[in-house]
Design a protein around this ligand. Structure first.
Ligand code: FPP
Ligand code: MG
Ligand code: MG
Length: 323
């Protein structure tokens, strides 16, 4: 499997610069966040979202240096993503992320909530300072969508009537909105045509959906060690994802176990085994592949550059995490 770092080689130096800038931006003004900054922007993250923005900056401005606005947009994108994860780990009471202790488990909920708030606030301030109203609208919509997705997921816990459509909508809010809107914003900063900026939006949306479906499959197929967090935790918390929704179609007993919220000691293990042995994993893989292929097709109108090729390869990389 290609690692994300080697895949992103056209923007590797740009991503290193971005990481250093983010660490400084967070820690310089707030000593309380100094130690957390290493956790927040350490080397473990894949930096998929800022990589997409930086690659699109290169792909829409061939042979030119990345503009300061595109760099700032990439930083804003990573700040929003990181803020949402820090808050998410508080909400989910998760002790581990990417194999490392989470901010709240190392520094307490107070620091974690404030660190997330600070990052959201700072991202909004930098966003406003881009002086581009269309981009402000796109990225502030993302922050609303993140909260919406989280609320929808909370309301739908253990609800076996959840449709695949509702699952995809929630996945858009939680994951794909950030990729879709930041990709479109990168196009807006490059002054691309409205048609092209719509295609960039659709690219981000499809990549985001493929990415989330793959993540949801890995929760059943990968080990705790590989995941860097406990395997099977989505189902345990009542988050019914694509593999479960498909598996329930063939197995009414799975529905019963979920509705009882795994009250008996062996129920969760039984339910996980039913999902693993069902067609749900394969059908979810096909769904993820469908979105990855759709994403690649959205880039047909860009000039053929190394960066465009990397954005296309990225759609395969998302699926390769499964193998
Ligand atoms: C990870 O999902 C979580 C998100 C992608 C978004 C979380 C968003 C919030 C907590 C809302 C943010 C708050 C404001 C004010 C906008 P997961 O828990 O399913 O995945 P994980 O395994 O990575 O934890
Ligand atoms: Mg979580
Ligand atoms: Mg969560």
């Amino acid at each position: 499997m290609t690692s994300a770092t080697s895949l992103f080689y056209p923007v590797e130096a740009d991503l290193r610069l971005l990481t250093e800038n983010l660490k400084q931006l967070v820690s310089a003004r707030h000593p309380i966040l100094y130690a957390a900054a290493e956790y927040l922007f350490g080397t473990e993250g894949k930096r998929l979202r800022p990589a997409i923005v930086l690659l699109l900056s290169r792909a829409t401005h061939p042979n030119q240096e990345i503009t300061a606005s595109h760099r700032r947009l990439a930083e804003i994108t990573e700040m929003i993503h990181t803020a949402s994860l820090v808050h998410d780990d508080v909400v989910d009471e998760s002790a581990l992320r990417r194999g490392m202790p989470t901010v709240h488990s190392s520094f307490g909920n107070r620091v974690a909530v404030l660190a997330g708030d600070f990052l959201f606030a700072q991202s909004s301030w930098y966003l406003a300072n881009l002086d581009n109203l269309a981009v402000v609208k796109l990225l502030s919509q993302v922050i609303m969508d993140l909260a919406e997705g989280e609320i929808q997921q909370g309301l739908n816990r253990f609800d076996t009537r959840l449709s695949l459509e509702a699952y995809l909508k929630k996945s858009y809010y939680k994951t794909a909105s950030l990729m879709a809107n930041s990709a479109k914003a990168a196009g807006v900063l490059s002054d691309v045509s409205p048609e092209m900026s719509d295609n960039l939006y659709r690219y981000g949306r499809h990549v985001g959906l493929a990415f989330q479906i793959v993540d949801d499959i890995l929760d059943f197929t990968a080990s705790t060690e590989v995941l860097g967090k406990p395997a099977g935790s989505d189902l345990q918390s009542g988050n019914l994802t694509a593999p479960v929704l498909y598996a329930m179609e063939d197995n009414p007993y799975l529905e019963v176990l979920i509705e009882k919220e795994f009250t008996e000691p062996e129920d969760l293990e039984k339910a996980i085994a039913l999902v693993r042995d069902s067609q749900g994993i394969e059908r979810s893989r096909e769904l993820a592949a469908h979105h990855a292929h759709q994403a690649a097709a959205c880039l047909a109108g860009l000039p053929p550059t190394e960066s465009r090729q990397t954005l296309i390869d990225l759609t395969d990389y998302v699926l390769s995490r499964l193998y």
